[in-house]
Design a protein around this ligand. Structure first.
Ligand code: PEP
Ligand code: MN
Length: 450
């Protein structure tokens, strides 16, 4: 498969994107290196399988019908350096803890999708970083964050390295999902510890006690809390499908069905900056069988979103498309209703998910941050809009970490501007720390109970 410009007559459907404008691609300095990385990736085994991908579509179809809730979360940008056993464990742990609280609050199954095992590339607002004059850091799959010219040179072999890092992560994530780590009783014990031991958690004692009672009730009814259904979880992977060479190389045609799937992750989403209808990203991802997400920002018109939804889900398959709105707390209540009305009236079934992070980024003395109150306000606005329209608020899409970082302001721990310098470790956008993420889950669960 040739990389770069190829004659039209040789372009297969899966390579039509090569003829279209592709935003946010690195300026790879050497096309031979790119070809070599592509060939290596194309020869490597897939990271996930087509049947797994289809089962995520089925789970998301439940969300689209209002029978389940989606929780998607993880780092803004994974890095090779932070890909350690403990950090992976703590991220998964936080996601599982949030999921238990939300399951209780929503009284429906929670579909768990991590931003993990592939979230190694980032869209950037400028090619050149103004502070250093160097090429911008575009994620570990492209270049190195260190501020030197050599480190910032886009290196296609980093895509191969990020495949291997993803495989290592996925191996551990799969073990955590089914090997006893995700045991419901254990996850509940962690939540009890959060409530007992942290100032942030104390507010949620009532709900933790109610969950405790629900578990006791289940046990009293004879439900075996040690059964496989309650000691393991289904945990899916996702990342932004940004680097088209990477996504194309991991796209495989399934023997049994003849259908192509992007087997770099279960769910792939298209970012706000690359969702052009005539662009390469929409074209490639419209042709693979995975569940696809698409970010929708405040500038999107209802007509444009409808067109995107039709393009990405022409067969109207429930679970195929998740529209992840990221409007900002001040805009969601006005911008979201006309979009929902337009799509629901004429378009395909979609999962409506709320990303309360990306519309709420602010600059505090040169540090990128977000305030917990804005995040919460956007989430509440999302639920209010859906309630008013009688539609299903399907899910949440969160940037979070399993550690005590100080990247987002506020929350019960009252992280202030002066605290941002303490543990500011993200390679890109500020993430909720564990306490803030759990707080968000408890607050949403409380609201769902009302
Ligand atoms: C992201 O999810 O990290 C991201 C870049 O989001 P968006 O495309 O919505 O800006
Ligand atoms: Mn981000």
């Amino acid at each position: 498969m040739a990389v770069g410009t190829v004659p039209w007559c040789l372009v297969s459907a899966l390579d039509v994107w090569r003829t279209l404008p592709a935003k946010q691609q690195p300026s790879w300095p050497d096309l031979e290196e790119l070809q070599s990385a592509y060939n290596q990736l194309a020869a490597l085994p897939p990271l996930v399988t087509a049947p797994e991908v289809r089962s995520l579509t089925e789970r998301l179809a439940m969300v689209a019908r209002g029978e389940a809730f989606l929780l998607q979360g993880g780092d803004c940008a994974e890095t090779f350096a932070a890909n350690t056993a403990n950090k992976i464990r703590d991220k998964v742990k936080t996601l599982l803890q949030m999921a238990v609280v939300l399951t209780y609050g929503a009284s429906t199954p929670v579909v768990k999708v991590a931003r993990i095992a592939g979230q190694y590339s980032k869209p950037r607002s400028a090619d050149i970083e103004s502070s250093t004059g160097l090429p911008s850091y575009r994620g570990d799959a492209v270049n190195d964050i260190a501020a030197t010219a050599a480190a910032r040179r886009p290196d296609p072999m980093r895509m191969v390295a990020s495949y291997h890092q993803s495989a290592i992560t996925l191996n551990l994530v799969r073990a955590f999902a089914t090997g006893g780590f995700a045991d419901l009783s254990k996850v509940h014990e962690w939540n009890k510890a959060f409530v007992r031991d942290s100032a942030a958690g104390r507010r949620y004692e009532v709900m933790a006690t109610n969950i405790e009672r629900a578990l006791a009730f289940m046990a009293a009814c004879g439900i075996d809390l040690g059964s496989a259904a309650l000691t393991g979880v289904e945990l899916f992977t996702s990342h932004e499908g940004l680097l088209l060479e990477y996504e194309r190389a991991l796209t495989r045609v399934e023997d049994a069905t003849g259908n192509p799937y992007d087997l770099s992750a279960h769910m792939i989403w298209i970012g706000e900056r690359t969702r052009d209808l005539g662009g390469a990203h929409v074209d490639l991802l419209s042709r693979v069988g995975n569940p696809i997400g698409c970010k929708i920002g405040p500038k999107a018109s209802p007509d444009e979103v409808l067109e995107l939804a039709e393009r990405l889900n022409p067969q109207h398959v429930p679970g195929r498309l998740t529209l992840i709105t990221r409007m900002g707390a001040g805009k969601i209540r006005d911008a979201l209703p006309p979009i929902i009305e337009k799509v629901n009236a004429a378009g395909p079934p979609v999962v409506w998910s709320c990303d309360p992070m990306h519309g709420n980024t602010r600059d505090v003395s040169g540090i990128k941050t977000r305030h917990f109150d804005d995040v919460l306000d956007e989430v509440f606005g999302f639920f209010e809009v859906h309630k008013a329209l009688g539609t299903h608020p399907g899910g949440l899409h969160i940037e979070l970490t399993g550690e005590n970082v100080t990247e987002c302001l506020g929350g019960a721990e009252l992280i202030g501007e002066e605290d941002l310098g303490g543990r500011y470790e993200t390679a890109c956008d500020p993430r909720l720390n564990t306490g803030q993420a759990l707080e968000l889950a408890f607050l949403v669960a409380e609201m769902l109970q009302q």
